[in-house]
Design a protein around this ligand. Structure first.
Ligand SMILES: Cc1ncc(COP(=O)(O)O)c(C=O)c1O
Length: 368
């Protein structure tokens, strides 16, 4: 028996009938980009997120780009974010001509730590961009308080944490704008690329709606320059169906996480921190261990998939060399990059597979 890190085909099998019907419906409708299905998805997602305004777009990367562009972030501006995330969190900032200013990690959440964020604020700071990594909410109460004090915006990277809450309030609604990715492996995954932004501000909603269609409202006049980041109707139809299952799938992830928590307790590895007020939606179940690569090889030899997100922190990426960072600048991020290992966690993972994963990890320590 083998245990994959991910199995999207298994997830599809559960909703296959509903999705096939929806895709056939869109195929026959003749509306393939934006249109009624996309509008209905935006409304459904707004209800799910408790957000009055949702604008869909072509990817999570575009969601962040559109959010920052809507805040008119550009040349000479600084955006504070964590150095340990998916590449596009920082690349979107640079794409707009602004500078990512990294704040080292909070050890518990692995998002930028509030005290480091506070220390990174300068007169050029325009926004703070916290990432809810692996499904674990960042410390939004502290981060939004710092932003308010400094008079800067907050854009939440919610790509990995849809549905997560802090004190019962959904992420995405804590800051000025929430950015979501529906990349197929995400907790809510499309069958291709897709993304969305959420906001409580009607003027931001309007600006992002323009920006995603070349900066125009009527396709005649272009008051601003935007991009093409429209959502396909088929993706919207797929996402509408999957959204109805999301709470159940999040619960399935939490059950697996609880199993791992118990089964791996007592080993010399660091398990994900459990935060009662801000429970994770476990996009990843990520353990930390110094000899991570050896453990990964061991699991692979047993047929167990595992993943490293992310082996190289953002401040050390070759394309950001101009920022002038060197190893040692963000020790928490660099240690995390050396230690993290994500284990299989997805709805549909069987009890036997979970046991095999836990046994596989335990056997590494018995062997050594
Ligand atoms: C934290 C984070 N931010 C941004 C993105 C970008 O999303 P996408 O791949 O949909 O462009 C992703 C996912 O890939 C992500 O995990």
């Amino acid at each position: 028996m083998k245990v994959p890190l991910q199995d999207l085909a298994r997830g599809y099998a559960e909703v296959r009938k509903e999705i096939e019907e929806a895709i056939l419906g869109v195929s026959a409708s003749g509306r393939y980009i934006l249109g009624p299905e996309v509008e209905a998805f935006e409304e459904d997602l707004g209800n799910f997120l408790d957000a009055p305004f949702v604008v869909s777009c072509a990817s999570g990367t575009d969601a962040i780009l559109l959010a920052l562009a809507a805040l008119e972030i550009g040349d000479g501006d600084e955006v504070i974010t964590g150095p340990f995330s998916f590449f596009s969190t920082a690349a979107t900032i640079v794409r707009l001509g602004a500078r990512p200013v990294f704040a080292d990690l909070d050890e518990e959440t692995l998002a930028a730590s509030p005290s480091e964020i506070r220390g990174a604020i300068t007169p050029r700071t325009k926004a703070i961009l916290p990432v809810h990594l692996y499904g674990q909410p960042a410390a939004m109460d502290e981060i939004t308080a710092i932003a308010k004090e400094a008079g800067v915006a907050v854009v939440e990277d919610c790509a990995q944490a849809i549905g997560a809450t802090i004190g019962g309030a959904k992420i995405g609604a804590w800051g000025d704008i929430g950015c979501f990715s529906f990349y197929p492996t995400k907790n809510l995954g499309a069958m291709g690329d897709a993304g969305a932004v959420s906001t409580r501000d009607e003027s931001i909603d309007r600006r992002i709606r323009m920006l995603r269609v070349h900066g125009s409202e009527d396709a005649i006049e272009h008051p601003i320059i935007g991009i093409n980041s429209r959502l396909d109707s088929i993706q919207a139809a797929v996402l509408r169906i999957k959204l109805r299952h999301l709470d159940k799938w999040t619960e399935a992830r939490r059950i697996i996480a609880r199993f791992y928590d118990e089964a791996l307790t007592g080993l010399p590895i660091r398990l994900p921190t459990r935060m009662e007020k801000a429970p994770s939606v476990y996009h990843q179940y990520t353990i930390r261990f110094d000899a991570r690569d050896d453990l990964k090889d061991h699991l692979e030899s047993l047929g167990i998939g595992s993943g490293v997100y992310y082996p190289l922190p953002l401040h050390l990426q070759p394309c950001f060399q101009e920022l002038g960072h060197t190893p040692g600048d963000f020790p928490q991020a660099e240690t995390a990059a050396r230690q993290v290992l994500s284990l299989p966690i997805f709805p549909g993972l069987t009890q036997a597979e979970m046991e095999m994963v836990a046994e596989g990890v335990r056997s590494f320590f018995e062997k050594s």
